[in-house]
Design a protein around this ligand. Structure first.
Ligand SMILES: *Cc1c(COP(=O)(O)O)cnc(C)c1O
Length: 566
């Protein structure tokens, strides 16, 4: 069996990997708050009959009057993608010429190629604006179709009405105007469908109305064109639930207008903030915009994803190298976005990394933690669990393990002198537990980091214990500065150690990398950001604690560090 050659050459549509549900979704131009409640209420009342009958399209009349056109001027489609496909199937033959803008919505080219049409592309201007002269020049007697996207996806730029008219008048073939983002822009050419016999407009309810999941759009044109599309449309292509959802959405269009207004407010905020962060943006009339992150674009997209925000890397598109497309959501979402980008900018500007030792470089869950447990238990009848110890650590203020042991004893009404605790603790720790420590960080990663950054250690360990472990794992060569408990008057959360190390390394932009709230507080007091690392054997809320304490970013392991640095 032979497949059509053109089909052999295609790849399946590249669906996003995994679920997007837990993210702030600024990657697909969708409505970020979901559809109107009234749509959901209506769908809740769906009956078995609604589902058992093939769909009935009474909604067409309602949509027509909503758009101030006649029912004969419209065909409902399974998303506006389906409308584009119908138009190309009705009006493009093999080897016929279609003119597309570049960069633009990728489905135009896909459907044209499926027709085996000849695709001719007109590049947008350097400002990503529509190039009227180049577009008019491209049109010839051979032109069977021109597709205009207004506002254009992914650039958000628009085509003035008079330019569209000039193109319609010059083109003998059909001019398809994709108005997917009409509601955010407000200008349409639907009113011209009777004036020109070669104009068709596509609309969708995916973006503004929050109905991307039900797949409903429309093609709008003169009756002749629409009757042609009806001949080739699959029967009942639009499902009954989509019709019900659209019906309810049209009844509550105020919801959409309010959403559009909030997006516009949010857009103002974003453009001001991006200017402040010195990230170039391009003017937009849609609910998305292009931001130029330069060489950092991939890194920024991937770190944002880690932080729960999706944006779309468009850097492989013509004119868009270094660029991402960002959907404009609510003001709240925009604030989150800006604060995450600001943090990422700091991460990408670092020249100095200061490491905490325990829980970050070295796994002490079988050494110090065992020493705390055994020391405390040696003074009491009851046993102490590692979970309890972790809780003490997460409380903050107990960075020093002697102090942590004393706090546990105190809470259990055991009173012993500090000297006695230290004596027993050291006997247990140095007497064997210290050799149960494991290196967490891969040497290869340390190697890479030491080639790019100035590295230091700021640890709450006494020098003796720090030296032992550093030499055991041959780490000394990576770190130009090692600050221990012996070098400071005050341990963490006092910033003294971090400040001394930072000064010694003479870096401009330093960050502290730690696994406890005390580490984060010490970094804060030192005036530098902190990367939180979830230590081995964490509690179920360690990650959240580090985040809310103010870590710029929280990593599951120190070995993920390269993913968030330049
Ligand atoms: C999203 C989008 C579409 C597709 O809309 P559906 O109705 O969901 O198929 C069409 N055109 C443009 C320009 C879009 O951005």
């Amino acid at each position: 069996m032979k497949t059509r050659k053109i089909v052999e050459g295609f790849e399946p549509y590249d669906y996003p990997e995994g679920s997007r549900r837990k993210y702030i979704r600024l990657d697909f131009g969708e409505n970020t708050i979901g559809c109107s409640r009234k749509v959901i209420d209506r769908l809740r009342r769906v009956t078995a009959e609604d589902l058992s009958i093939y769909p009935e399209y009474n909604i067409v009349g309602k949509l027509a009057s909503f758009l101030k056109i006649k029912p004969g001027n419209i065909i409902l489609t399974n998303g506006s993608d389906d409308a584009l496909r119908l138009m190309m199937e009705a009006y493009l033959d093999k080897d016929e010429e279609v003119i597309l803008m570049e960069p633009s919505f990728s489905m135009f080219e896909f459907y044209a190629k499926l027709r085996e049409a000849k695709v001719k592309k007109v590049l947008l201007g350097k400002d990503l604006g529509f190039d009227k002269n180049a577009s008019l020049e491209a049109i010839s007697d051979k032109t069977k179709a021109v597709v205009l996207c207004n506002p254009n996806n992914p650039t958000g730029t628009v085509i003035p009405r008079d330019a569209i008219i000039e193109i319609i008048e010059k083109t003998k073939g059909v001019v398809i105007v994709d108005e997917a983002y009409f509601d955010f822009y407000g200008e349409s050419v639907i009113d011209l469908i009777e004036t020109y016999d070669n104009l068709a407009v596509t609309r969708t309810f995916s973006k503004q109305a929050g109905l991307a999941g039900v797949r409903i759009g429309a093609a709008i044109s003169n009756e002749k064109v629409i009757s042609n599309l009806k001949k080739i449309s699959s029967p009942f292509a639009v499902n009954a639930l989509a019709c019900i959802a659209l019906d309810a959405a049209l009844d509550d269009w105020k919801f959409v207008s309010d959403y559009v207004s909030s997006v516009k407010e949010s857009k103002k905020f974003l453009f001001n903030e991006f200017r402040r962060l010195k990230i170039k943006t391009y003017p937009t009339q849609a609910n998305f915009f292009i931001a130029d992150f330069g060489e950092d674009v991939k890194k920024i997209c991937s770190i944002l994803k880690r932080q729960g925000i999706l944006i779309r890397d468009r850097s492989s598109m013509p004119l868009l190298s270094g660029c991402a497309r960002i959907t404009i959501g609510t003001l709240e979402e925009s604030k989150r976005l800006v604060s995450e980008i600001e943090k990422i900018q700091k991460l990408l500007n670092l020249d100095t990394l200061l490491f905490d030792m325990d829980g970050v470089l070295v796994d002490v869950s079988r050494s110090y933690r065992v020493a705390i447990k055994k020391t405390a238990e040696s003074f009491m009848e009851k046993s102490v669990s590692f979970e309890e110890i972790q809780k003490y650590k997460e409380r903050g203020g107990l960075n020093n393990d002697w102090d942590c042991t004393i706090a546990i004893l105190k809470d259990n009404n055991v009173s012993v002198s500090k000297e006695e605790v230290i004596r027993r603790f050291d006997k247990i720790y140095l007497g064997g537990e210290i050799d149960n420590e494991k290196l967490i960080i891969d040497i290869e990663i340390l190697e890479r980091l030491s080639n790019r950054f100035r590295l230091g250690i700021v640890t709450g360990r006494p020098k003796r214990d720090a030296d032992y472990t550093i030499d055991k794992f041959c780490l000394r060569r990576f770190f130009s500065t090692i600050i221990t408990l012996d070098d400071v008057r005050e341990g963490k959360p006092d910033p003294e150690g971090i400040l001394i190390a930072k000064k010694a390394l003479k870096g401009k932009n330093a960050i502290y990398i730690g696994d406890t709230v005390d580490d984060i507080n010490a970094a804060k007091s030192a005036g530098i950001p902190c990367i939180g690392i979830v230590p081995p054997s964490p509690s179920e809320n360690t990650k959240g604690l580090l985040g809310s304490a103010g870590a710029a970013i929280v990593l599951e392991s120190i070995n993920e560090i390269c993913e968030v640095l330049r």
